[in-house]
Design a protein around this ligand. Sequence first.
Ligand code: URA
Length: 430
Amino acid sequence: MNIIDIIENKKHGCILSESEIKFFIEGVTKGTIEDYQISALLMAIYFQGMNLEETILMTKYMAESGKMLDLSEISNNITDKHSTGGVGDKITLIFLPLMAAAGLYTAKLSGRGLGHTGGTIDKLESIPNFKTNLSIEEFKNKVKFHKTAIAAQTPDLAPADGKLYALRDVTSTVDIIPLIASSVVSKKIASGANHIILDVKYGNGAFIKTPEEAQKLSEIMVQTGKSLNRNICAVISAMNQPLGRAIGNSLEVIEVIEFLKGNIEWDLKELTYTLCKKALEKSGRKETDKYLDELIESGKALEKFKELIEAQNGDSSVINDYNKFPSASIKYEIKAVKSGFISNIEALKIAKACKNLGAGREKKTDKIDYSAGVYLTKRYSEAVKKGETISVIYTNKKEAIKEAENLILSAYKISDEKPSKSNIIYKIID
Ligand code: URA
């Protein structure tokens, strides 16, 4: 077998056989296939697609390309949650303590952000001393004793994905459903949890733009996961406006703490509770919103967040003293240019502003400013008067303020009529 024949087959729209897919993924992992040949096959797949069978096989061999975590000594009832990424997306940090308080095991390996704002690992690293680089043994022990742990994904899990993703990134072959599905699901399979809850987003602040595309991706990921013996489902939600009020690393962790103290934003609740109820259902439990409310009202979920921080060496005094977080030297208020009701806040523009303020990175090696970001004082459907503060910029980059202000002002739409509250959940694929 040789790679040129495989490229030739896909170029002409043939279905790749199991042995061809195995040969390709092994060659990618061992470095025996040249980058330009891998890229050529990726582009052929981009134009010719892959059917479900090919996607499942690609996922299986990608998952098996490195270490496969075995969590069975802890439990056969462990949940993982994965978001396709959004603006102000701090859902994982609410989900984990809530589920630990409910008695569920969750094991979460997560990435750093390469988009406009930080990823979950970056957010956690805004907590002084929080350790995210855990060895597999440390990770497993923490899950065992604290019901939950979160660590930075190591490159030895699904290494074929690391190689393929890096090439897709520079050959414009990221946005194709079978490759996204095999990339996401292979990492989840290698991470060892039996139950997988996918949080799939669509909209201007997500890399999938329409609900129809999000549904297609979700269906393929769920079918792929099920074929590989995982109890998996996908919750599809809108990402046209930022989630919650805070965007930026430490600002988002503070919003998480506020949520766990009972100061709850409606959209964070809608999405987190939906994901939590699906996770509990996968473990054979049917629970209500009231049950989750009680975990918050009783302080149990906040207590679990404190335990998670301490278990990973972090300074848990941040929970009661927000001054312990890195703080920005500049706090700049943006004022409404007219009176009315907020009828939209475009997520992508807010995300771009955050990146310019220092909250995100352009390349892997860029350093993040944990204190930078935007706080939305006024949100969707809220009334505003001309001259009132609609949002606050936090930054250490004076030179970035003007452009960020323009972006934020153009992201806000203010209308005369109060818009009706809308739900953000679109569909659940199970
Ligand atoms: N996230 C992933 O992990 N892989 C993709 O291909 C796209 C988004």
